[in-house]
Design a protein around this ligand. Structure first.
Ligand code: 5RP
Length: 236
């Protein structure tokens, strides 16, 4: 599976392969979204084929559901599973407290619900995702399409009141049209540069009417598995 990979894909692959070793027979596992999580789904399918491991997956997006089905991984809904043993997902950034920015792929809402409903969350990442301070990657907020421009203005006002420095707020596009999430919502990205107080920001933006959820994951991730381009893996 790993033949002829670029260093970045190799880093994602080795992190995914190591993380999948945490999965035990009979577990209910949240399946993340994104290119690193896709490696994890492939590695899980391989373990299930080769070792007869039995796992039920709860996908965090229609994309991941499609990949899991294609690879023969049994999947169910979170409502059916209720509580999960483990979720494995990628991230756009993580810091030394294992706080995350997620949602680069637009699946942050399901990802946060699924990770929160899991005994443990493992993040898989390449070294470029590690940061001293969150915020270099734009922070996604999922917003209801109804009145989104008003919601965006309220978000901008909130950033001013919090004295956040970078305040560029953009609607995520898919070509000429707004990007639409699996829940039928829009995403606005906050280009902040750095986030001084992620906990406060997460609480405050979620109070704005029209904001469904934000991409800050605080006190949710338990372990980060970091892959290097030369094939080394670190577990923290
Ligand atoms: C999707 C996510 C992804 O996990 C995040 O964007 C990382 O993606 P990739 O593994 O492709 O770098 O949060 O909503």
């Amino acid at each position: 599976m790993a033949a002829d990979l670029s260093p970045i894909d190799k880093a994602k692959f080795v992190a995914a392969k190591r993380a999948v070793e945490f999965i035990e027979d009979g577990m209910r596992v949240g399946l993340g979204t994104g290119s690193t999580a896709a490696w994890m789904v492939r590695c899980l399918a391989e373990r299930m084929r080769e070792e007869g491991l039995r796992v039920t997956g709860v996908p965090t997006s229609s994309r991941t559901a499609g990949l899991a089905r294609q690879l023969g991984i049994p999947i169910t809904s979170l409502d059916e599973a209720r509580w999960l043993d483990l979720t494995i997902d990628g991230a756009d950034e993580f810091d030394h407290d294992l706080a995350l920015i997620k949602g680069g792929g637009g699946a942050l809402l399901q990802e946060k619900i699924v990770a929160t409903a899991s005994d443990r969350m493992i993040v898989i990442a390449d070294t470029a995702k590690e940061v001293a301070q969150l915020g270099g990657f734009p922070l996604p907020l999922e917003v209801i399409p109804f009145g989104w421009q008003t919601t965006k203005a309220l978000i901008e006002e909130t950033l001013v009141s919090l004295e956040v420095l970078g305040r560029d707020v953009t609607l995520r596009m898919n070509g000429e049209r707004p990007f639409v999430t699996d829940e039928g919502n829009y995403i606005v990205d906050l280009h902040l540069g750095r986030i001084g107080n992620p906990r406060q920001l997460s609480l405050v933006v979620n109070q704005i009417p029209g904001v469904v959820e934000n991409g800050l994951f605080i006190d949710i991730c338990d372990i980060v598995v970091i892959g290097h381009g030369d094939g080394r893996v670190e577990v923290r």
